[in-house]
Ligand binder design. Structure first.
Ligand code: BES
Ligand code: ZN
Length: 847
């Protein structure tokens, strides 16, 4: 037995739950009864299970073939969230059933059994729904709430007759239950972990089931949104087919509902048979959405469907395995969407997400991808970019190293070996090693158990290129950590796949041959080219693959942040990219330039703006403002990126005027191409006043699609007037803006160059009110924007505040944000003067 006080004893193990829940839609109380089928392995005097925020009524144990044993007392331990049920006499080994009656609250905190609301012409409607991961099932019913205790769940809900009820299993029966209620029973689930339970009751609609490979699939939504469901069904159909084939195992449940909920803490949740989403992550009008919005939805659906096998059918033994679950689904969704829409070039978009992980992983406070989890609270820190994006990137790197098919075969082996079971990370490496014969465990252990990532240095040595590695970071960050690093290196026309060991590697490279380390861009490394090699790759950049161009720019900006390259040199490199065609490459370039803008004031800032206009203006002109016949989704997306660049960073008057017109037309209901409409919005806000502000606020409520609502709430941070910022912030507290959307808005306010300081004052003053509305995650997302504050005074203030008001959970994510802030302060100190000189009239980059 584990000596971890948070782990339940295994003396008593559940195999089946029969659960009945009856929520009251007036009082928000719920009543429940659960009968748990148990195997008692050793004689026990008490039964220990998880429960929190529940009250216990009668309870007893019924041993198979024996007399009932009364539960004489229940001791609740809020710290470990456990209940100890004392038995009137010792229960001996064998089968038994535990009967427990209990009550709880359908809360408004987006966790456990919670309520979501929406308003329509009829009035306000309540939806009672659930989010159990990681450890909130214990707030809905007493249970063995650890992933290892898999069981079958037979659920019944007693609900008002006029409401619909959904759960993991299909509806099996519905009977009158008196008092205007029905008792709806659902088909048994597969044997699964408690964190995957889901159910939902409310005034909802479902689309007609579409049979996909034998599986009926529906989208569940609030009435009136059926017109926004077809894209999701298309993605689901493709994903089900893709994963059934990839894994070589049929979909493990009997039906699949995708439910769009008006209030949802995460983006989506992989409950088998009943995947839940926030509306913006499922419902969309693909014709008016941006590429980023469509991709996010496709990616989210594919991600959750990938979990149906990897995570749901085969599950981590304990929460330390969360990273693998999430990293794998992140990577698999890339494969699935890439197979569906190769023209979307999803790995290029993913590079932008990966860059976020690089940034955090370059900090000295970074963590290893996997770590020991003691209290379930420790797992909250795992849901971050290191898990999803670094973890997903690491798997991509491994897949590229092993080869697409061998990797897939290893996954098939792993799943087939552990059906309905629980695993450790090493089980996956073992399966991959068995199938491929490669040292998977040795390579992956270095990546999983060490924080940070390599900087690959490339130097010419006669007719060879010498590759060596250090740990990437600011000067002095190299603590000797090294990684067996899968890397592709292209020399001239030839590409070698290497495993760069800690001691480095040599590749043949005749004088004059171009050397591209990280060819294809799939390795999680930064690259530094020495001397002429750097000059050569810059000169050859137009001929590089898009991801290689991305990596060149992204690595260059990372070098600026680390203090190894000047911001002015970065701008000079950026100046070569005016002809760039790919939106992600523009975005990483603009990310670096956005920082430069933050560091400049007065005349140099004007000089910088004109630099941006010279860079992006001709490309926008070439793209034009009107979508053209035969344009791809990505071409249209690029237009939006350029409009933002010209309007927000370049402050181009003509662009701003035009954006105002486009935004008005779009708001009036005119069909405007998605990327253009979305880009016009923040640009128009910068020129807007009170009237526009009112209209934007209203659009958050009345927008035609979740995407439109989201764009409008996000753009509120772009109004320049301080008094409008105060009004925006005030709306975060009056219930107008849903809790789930607060982080998006407040993060935008905090990261606004003009309003960051005011937004921070507001957050401090209203800390308790904001905190009470949010889950630990949403709270940390809300404050993460402080990472951009780049003066020492701001930093001291932020540190003092969090010293006095520590977060209860997800502290690691806050620590990362705070260290990013110190990185920002150092960046300003190092670069601001030189940049200002360069962009001043007559300077190196000035007019
Ligand atoms: N299992 C997670 C949802 C989750 C996250 C539950 C954090 C509890 C805490 C789900 O599979 C997921 O990863 N959702 C992502 C979306 C995905 C496309 C990256 C999310 O919610 O952001
Ligand atoms: Zn996931």
């Amino acid at each position: 037995m584990s000596d971890n006080q948070y782990r339940l004893p295994k003396t008593v193990v559940p195999s089946r739950y029969d659960l009945v829940l009856e929520p009251d839609f007036e009082t928000f109380a719920f009543e429940g009864v659960v009968d748990v089928t148990l195997i008692i392995g050793e004689a026990v005097d008490e039964i220990v299970l998880n429960a929190d925020e529940l009250s216990f009524g009668s309870a007893w144990l019924e041993p198979a073939g024996g007399d009932q044993i009364e539960v004489t007392g229940v001791r609740l331990d809020p710290e470990t969230e456990r209940a100890h049920l004392s038995l009137a006499r010792t229960a001996t080994p064998g089968d038994a059933t535990l009967h427990v009656e209990f009550t709880g609250t359908v809360n408004d905190r987006l966790r456990g059994f919670y309520r979501s609301t929406y308003t329509d012409d009829i009035g306000e409607h309540i939806i009672a729904t659930t989010q159990m991961q990681p450890t909130d099932a214990r707030r809905a019913f007493p249970c063995w709430d650890e992933p290892e205790f898999k069981a079958v769940f037979g659920l019944s809900l007693v609900v008002p007759e006029e409401l619909k009820a959904f759960a993991n299993g299909a509806k099996a029966s519905s009977e009158p239950a008196g008092n205007g209620k029905r008792r709806v029973s659902f088909a048994d689930t597969m044997p699964m972990s408690t964190y995957l339970i889901a159910f939902c009751v409310g005034r909802l609609e479902a689309t007609e089931p579409v049979i996909m490979g034998g599986v009926p699939v529906r989208v569940v939504h609030v009435p009136g949104k059926g017109n926004l469901t077809s894209f999701a069904l298309e993605v689901a159909e493709h994903s089900l087919r893709f994963f059934t084939d990839y894994y070589g195992i049929p979909y493990p449940e009997k039906k699949l509902d995708l439910a769009a909920l008006p209030d949802f803490a995460a983006g989506a949740m992989e409950n088998p048979g009943f995947i839940t989403f926030r509306e913006a992550a499922l419902l969309v009008d693909p014709a008016t959405a941006t590429q980023v919005e469509r991709l996010r939805i496709a990616d989210t659906i594919a991600h959750e469907i990938a979990h149906m096998w990897f995570g749901d059918l085969v599950t981590m033994r304990w929460w330390n395995g969360t990273w693998l679950n999430e990293a794998f689904a992140t990577f698999m969704s890339l494969l699935a969407v890439d197979a569906w829409k190769p023209e979307w070039k999803v790995f290029e978009s993913f590079a932008l997400d990966r860059s976020e992980a690089f940034e955090v992983d370059a900090l000295s406070s970074t963590r290893s991808i996997e770590y020991e989890v003691i209290a379930p609270g420790d797992v909250e820190d795992m849901f971050d970019v290191l898990t999803y994006e670094k973890g997903g990137s690491t798997l991509w790197m491994l897949e590229q190293y092993l080869g697409r098919e061998p990797f897939r075969d290893g996954i098939r082996r792993y799943l087939a070996d552990h059906l309905y079971g629980n695993t450790e990370t090493a089980d996956l490496w073992d399966a991959l090693a068995e199938v491929t014969g490669e040292p998977v465990g040795r390579v992956m252990d270095a990546w999983i158990w060490q924080g940070g990532h390599p900087l690959v240095n490339v130097a010419r040595q006669g007719d060879q290129a010498a590759l060596s590695q250090t740990r990437f970071g600011h000067a002095g960050a190299d603590d000797g950590t090294r990684w067996p690093t899968p890397l592709r290196v292209r020399v001239g026309e030839r590409t070698d796949a290497l495993l760069v060991e800690p001691e480095g590697a040599l590749v043949e490279a005749a004088t004059g041959e171009l050397v591209v380390a990280n060819a294809g861009g799939s390795s999680f490394v930064r690259v530094h080219y020495e001397g002429e090699l750097f000059e050569a790759i810059k000169d050859a950049s137009a001929g590089l693959a898009p991801l290689e161009r991305y990596v060149l720019l992204d690595d260059a900006w990372a070098a600026v942040v680390a203090g190894a390259l000047g911001a002015v040199e970065f701008c000079e490199l950026a100046a070569r990219f005016g002809v760039e065609d790919e939106s992600p490459v523009w975005k990483t370039l603009l990310g670096g330039l956005g920082w430069c803008d933050r560091l400049l004031d007065g005349e140099p800032r004007e000089g910088f703006r004109s630099f941006v206009r010279d860079l992006a203006g001709p490309r926008l002109e070439a793209a034009g403002w009107e979508p053209r016949e035969g344009e791809s989704d990505l071409d249209r997306e690029l237009r939006g990126t350029l409009v933002r660049a010209m309007g927000l960073l370049g402050r181009d008057a003509a662009t701003i005027d035009r954006a105002v017109v486009v935004e008005r037309a779009s708001r009036a209901g005119e069909k405007i191409d998605g990327p253009l409409a979305a880009a016009a919005l923040p640009v128009a806000a910068t020129a807007g006043g009170e009237e526009e502000w009112e209209a934007f606020v209203a659009m958050y409520r009345d927008g035609r699609t979740p995407q439109q609502k989201r764009r409008y709430v996000q753009a509120l941070a772009s109004f320049p007037q301080p008094e409008l910022m105060q009004r925006t912030l005030a709306r975060t507290l009056d219930g107008y803006i849903r809790s789930q959307d607060l982080p998006l808005l407040v993060e935008g306010c905090l990261t606004s160059r003009d309003h960051g300081a005011a937004a921070w004052e507001f957050v401090k003053e209203n800390w308790d009110a904001l905190r009470s509305k949010l889950t630990p995650h949403l709270l940390v997302y809300l404050v993460e924007g402080v990472r951009v504050f780049s003066t020492q005074a701001q930093r001291d203030d932020v540190l003092a505040f969090f010293e006095a008001h520590p977060l209860e959970r997800a502290q690691k994510m806050l620590v990362h944000a705070l260290e990013r802030q110190s990185v920002a302060v150092a960046l300003r100190e190092r670069e601001a003067d030189e940049l200002a000189a360069a962009f001043a009239p007559g300077g190196r980059l000035g007019a």
